[in-house]
Design a protein around this ligand. Structure first.
Ligand code: SF4
Length: 342
């Protein structure tokens, strides 16, 4: 199965996060002279190019170095829908890994049909992740996507039933791997063999695996029927407080948060801050009753440089140019823990 005249012998679609495993899966197939088109997904929950804390990383350097194409695809509302209503449950937090894999593979399957590719590859490793990569789950994912025979996991292939591409001889099964479990030893060896450098260290997953983020998301889902993408983006920013079913307060933790909060602010949101002292930017989203504005001002006061004073002046900075000042006492620890969403 070696290169003869530079003409590729087949075409695979790869799920590619930019991480080590999915990169190795691609390299194991590329070296069998099969063209690879990598699909890198983005969602509102991390795993995207701009989010270094998540499971995603820039797919382009490896694509350029090793010679494969990358297509970016944002899963948008489809992903939000599975997060709201997963068919196959959640992991420890709000992560919906099984539904997520199924959604991504269905997208890959459509692309495979569209471009006439032969099969799909992923960097999944048997037994590496408890929720989505145990044998039962790998089988369930194949069944749910209708990809029997078409889904090849090059890193664990020798431990799994042969796929059509292996049976037909398009892919030489002997040159695939039999990796299982959480150790990365063999992956490191392969990375050295292929000259793959600068791969990200294994990440725990997208933001849905994060406890704090999951709590904020749970709160949003429980209290909001129609979630906007801005609502989701705001979950990444600041401290969140729930005042009532319709109303929440978001308080910036630093300069970066303050900028993001103002960037996501909608005309119907109220912006509060204590002017002329060290102060966070606060958004009141929902019912801006007198009571809620006062409570939002009190929460803001707690995070200003004057938090130890009996009262602090917090201003509702209005879009129409009119400002309104509230002279309030900062919320107590007890009041904070009652309202904060952790
Ligand atoms: S952690 Fe799970 S839900 Fe999040 S992107 Fe990875 S597979 Fe999908």
């Amino acid at each position: 199965m070696s290169t003869t005249n530079g003409v590729k012998r087949g075409h695979a679609i790869a799920l590619f996060s930019g991480g080590l495993d999915s990169a190795l899966a691609i390299l194991l197939i590329l070296r069998q002279n099969i063209e690879v088109t990598a699909l890198t997904f983005m969602t509102h929950f991390g795993c995207d190019l701009g989010d270094r804390s998540s499971c995603g990383s820039d797919p382009y350097p490896a694509a350029e170095k090793f010679g494969f194409n990358v297509k970016l695809m944002h899963l948008g509302q489809k992903f939000v829908d599975i997060v709201r209503n997963p068919r196959f449950g959640r992991g420890r937090n709000m992560n919906v890994c099984t539904d997520c894999r199924i959604l991504m593979l269905n997208e890959a399957k459509e692309l495979m049909a569209m471009v006439g590719a032969d099969f799909i590859i992923t960097g999944e490793v048997l037994g590496q992740r408890p929720m989505s990569q145990v044998r039962d789950k790998l089988n369930l994912i194949v069944n749910q996507t209708g990809l029997k025979g078409k889904l090849l996991r090059p890193l664990s292939a020798k431990l799994l039933p042969p796929t059509d591409a292996e049976l037909s001889g398009l892919v030489d099964r002997d040159r695939l791997e039999s990796i299982s479990g959480r150790s990365r030893k063999r992956q490191m060896e392969l990375a050295r063999e292929f000259g793959l450098e600068d791969y990200p260290s294994p990440a725990s997953g997208c933001l849905l695996t994060d406890v704090g983020y999951s709590n904020r998301l749970r709160d949003l889902l429980a209290n909001t029927e129609h979630i906007t993408f801005d609502d989701l983006n705001l979950l990444r920013v600041g401290r969140h407080f729930r005042l009532d079913h319709d109303t929440k307060v978001i308080v910036g933790r630093n300069e970066q948060d303050n900028k993001m909060i103002l960037a996501y602010k909608q005309p119907q949101h109220c912006h509060l801050e204590a002017l002329n002292i060290g102060s966070p930017v606060t958004l009141l989203i929902g019912n801006n009753s007198e009571e809620n504005l006062t409570e939002a001002a009190r929460i803001t006061a707690r995070y200003t440089s004057a938090k130890d004073q009996p009262t602090v002046t917090v201003t509702w900075v209005r879009d129409d140019g009119e400002n309104r000042a509230f002279e309030v006492s900062p919320v107590t620890d007890e009041e904070t823990s009652r309202a904060i969403v952790r």
